[in-house]
Design a protein around this ligand. Sequence first.
Ligand SMILES: [Fe+2]
Length: 374
Amino acid sequence: MPSATENSSNGASNGYANPSIPTSCPSCPTPLKYSGTLDAYPYFEITPIIGREYPTVKITDVLNSPNAEAQIRDLAIVISERGVVFFRDQNDLNVPDQKRFCDLLGKLSGRPEENGLHVHPIYRDPGNLTLPDGSTDENIYVINSEAQKKIYRTMAGRKLTEPRDLSREWHSDSTFENVPSDFSFLKMEETPPHGGDTLWCSGYEIYDRISPSFQRYLETLTATCAQPVFRSAASAGGYTIMSPRGSPLNNDDSFAPSHPVVRTNRVTGWKAIFAGVGLHVTKINEVYKYEDELIRDYIMRLITRNHDCVARMKWTKNAAAIWNNSCVWHAATPDTHLVEGNRVGVRASSIGEVPYLDPKSKSRREALGIPVVE
Ligand SMILES: [Fe+2]
C-alpha cells in the first residue's frame, strides 16, 4: 500500500518490531488542545467514559458564527476525546451544510490537506437509495429502513429473519480503504417511535481494559480489512468503482488494506484498539488462524461484556451524531422491522490519515490520570 507516513521501529519497546505499522503522520499536527470556544453551550455527558450531548446547539449557528473555525476545531477535539457527540432538532441543516461541516471537522483538526469527504465506492450502482428529495450525492450515504425491507423482499431466497447475534454489527467506517474515515456525521431525517438505536463503543477504554503485557503484544499486530463486495457488485452491475475516494491513496479497487490493531488518534494522541474487530476486519495478519479467532473473539467479548464503554442514541427526528472512527466502533440495531414507521438517515464522512501507532503515545486513562482498576 502506498504510504505517506514514516515506518520505523514500532513495537521496539516490547522487543518485537513490526515495520509495516507506520509510527506517525508527518503532515498531522501534534495533539490539539481545546481552546474553550464551546464553553457557553449547555451539555451533558452520556456516560462517564463515552459520549456527550449538546441539547440546544444548532450546527448552522456554529457554521455562521464569527469564530466558526475555532468552534469547529474545538468540537473536533471534543468529539475525539468523548468519541461521539449528539445533537437534537437540526431541522434547519441541509445536506450541503452537513457536508461542509463534516469536511471542516477533518480539515481544521489537521488531517492531510489533500484529503476530503469520502466518496462511496459503488455510488454508480443504480440500486442506491436516494436522498429524501430524490437526488443523489457521491459524498452522502443514505439509510432507509423501508427501502431496505423492499430490497430484502425482492432477493430470491433471502428471508428477513430475527437477528440472533448482533455482535456482527460493530464496525468503524471505511476501514476497507487505505485511508479510512476520521469523522462521520449522521443525521436522522425520519425515525420510527422507537427502535433503530445506534450504539458506540470506546476503543480507548477497551484498550485500557487490557493488561499492559497484552497491550504491548497487540501493538505489534495488523489486520486485513477486506470488503470484496464492492468489486463483485460493480462487475455484476456493469459499472466502474468510484475513484479516488476522499484521498489520492484511495484510488484502487482492491479494498483489502492492512491496518494496525492499536492506533494513535491524531487529535488526542491517545491509543485505541482499532482494527482488532468489526464488520470489515477479515483476519489478524501475523498469527495462525486459530490465534486470529481467539484474539478477535477476546476483543469482541470486551465490547459486548462492558456496556459501561457504550453510548446509546435513541434517535429523534432531525437528531444528529458525529463520531471519530479512529477511537470508537458503532453498531446499528436492526429492530425496525418490528415497528411501524420509516428510519431515514443521511451520512457524510471525512477521510483522515493513514492509521499509525506512535510508540510514545499514551492511553486515555494514562493521559488523563485516571487509575486503571485491575
Ligand atoms: Fe457505519
